[in-house]
Design a protein around this ligand. Structure first.
Ligand SMILES: O=C(O)CCC(=O)C(=O)O
Ligand SMILES: [Fe+2]
Length: 413
């Protein structure tokens, strides 16, 4: 029988082994399968809601009216959706192409060569080439390999673990990260003003130029012989402040909006931007961190380049900013460090995995998705280890404090 273990840990090697059915570890639970369709068909559909496209061309226009209209649209998309396609964002098509070419060329290398860059989650080496490890009894896996590394600030990068091939990888990716950092500042300026705060406030609250970390995860989704049974990335919200995503124009991203999975269109030269949990918390829920997932397909390899902008893990207490809290709108998130926030999500997920299959069958997609967190799992393997050994302790000390009304609402619906 073909199992994930018998073929090695890379999804790419599994995909190229000629199998026509996927190992059971990749098959999603029954209740989730209902919502997985053909991503190419979904992307063509003109029905229903669509992820907003925000044109940033006039973001700094001299004409106040023009500028305000542009900023208002960005703010509205952050409030309604928490995700959008950014166009005219100021990063050149040429630079984005170089980043895509470089990442693609790395993944085009033979697997043995990529293994030289393998991460080692067990020893805490989280940067590098990897695949999800089964972290629960069900052994559930995702149909992707990835490359994960810190890309900004420059003094926090470890260039020794970056791909040496192709030659342009380091130059193009560094340049792109610098440009994204500038874009993140612009976006946070507008989101600050949108909350009635001084323009530099959100930037400062997430660590400023020195402490906000940009971590890149190149998601590589091989062709899948049974795409109707698998997910490339399971449903989750990003823990970041903001996430910026490039992709190779193959559809796959879906957003859970108004109780339905909505497929993101492939918008040329755009960057997909998510509001992550960090800004959702700071804004007291005004800006949304939307659930999303990645589908795979039979015909085309999909690659996406996600850059997570994250506050420092311990230095900052994340909680709704006082200006966003009032008698009518009490704080809906208890204070936590970024690290505690991640622990909490992983803890919830591990609790979920303890449920029996019948219980699991009763769960709604929403609820399952809330608990899952891909990026979080990557960021903190040490924390996952703590959770599995000290789970019981955490139940009493942390759980009560961390169930947000948002989470509670999702559980009860
Ligand atoms: O591949 C995508 O478009 C989304 C990936 C994602 O959600 C993630 O890496 O957090
Ligand atoms: Fe994500």
């Amino acid at each position: 029988m073909v199992t994930a273990a018998s073929i090695g840990s890379r999804v790419e090697s599994l995909a190229s082994s000629g199998i026509s059915t996927i190992p059971k570890e990749y098959v999603r639970p029954k209740e989730e399968l209902i919502s997985i369709g053909d991503i190419f068909e979904d992307e063509k559909s003109t029905e229903g809601s669509h992820v907003p496209t925000i044109d940033l061309k006039e973001i700094d226009s001299e004409d106040i009216k023009v500028r305000e209209k542009c900023r208002e649209e960005l703010k509205k998309a952050a409030v309604d959706w928490g995700v959008m396609h950014l166009v005219n964002h100021g990063i050149s098509d040429e630079l984005m192409d170089r980043v895509r070419k470089a990442g693609q060329a790395f993944f085009d290398l033979p697997i043995e060569q990529k293994e030289n860059y393998a991460n080692d989650q067990a020893s805490g080496k989280i940067q590098g080439y990897g695949s999800k490890l089964a972290n629960n009894a069900s052994g559930q896996l995702e149909w992707e390999d990835y490359f994960f590394h810190c890309v900004y600030p420059e003094d926090k990068r470890d260039l020794s673990i970056w791909p040496q091939t192709p030659a342009d990888y380091i130059v193009a990716t560094s340049e792109y990260a610098k440009e994204l950092r500038g874009l993140a500042t612009k976006i946070m300026t507008i989101l600050s003003l949108g909350l009635g705060l001084e323009e530099g406030r959100l930037e400062k609250e997430v660590g400023g130029l020195e402490e906000l970390l940009l971590q890149m995860k190149i998601n590589y989704y091989p062709k899948c012989p049974q795409p109707e049974l698998a997910l490339g990335v399971e449903a989750h919200t990003d823990v970041s402040a903001l996430t910026f995503i490039l992709h190779n124009m193959v559809p796959g991203l879906q957003l859970f909006y108004e109780d339905k999975w909505v497929t993101a269109k492939c918008v040329p030269n755009s960057i997909v931007m998510h509001i992550g949990d960090t800004l959702e918390i700071l804004s007291n829920g005004k800006y949304k961190s939307i659930l999303h997932r990645g589908l795979v397909n039979k015909e085309k390899v999909r690659i996406s380049w996600a850059v997570f902008c994250e506050p420092p893990k311990e230095k900052i207490i994340l909680k709704p900013l006082p200006e966003t809290v009032s008698e009518e709108k009490p704080a809906i998130f208890p204070p936590r460090t970024f690290s505690e926030h991640i622990q909490h999500k992983l803890f919830r997920k591990s609790q979920e995995n303890l449920l029996s299959t019948e219980d699991a069958a009763l769960k709604s997609t929403k609820e399952a998705a809330l608990i899952s967190t891909d990026e979080a799992a990557l960021i903190s393997t040490e924390e996952a280890a703590i959770i599995s050994t000290n789970g019981a302790d955490l139940i009493s000390t942390k759980e009560a404090a961390f169930i947000s009304p948002n989470g509670a609402a999702l559980i009860s619906t």
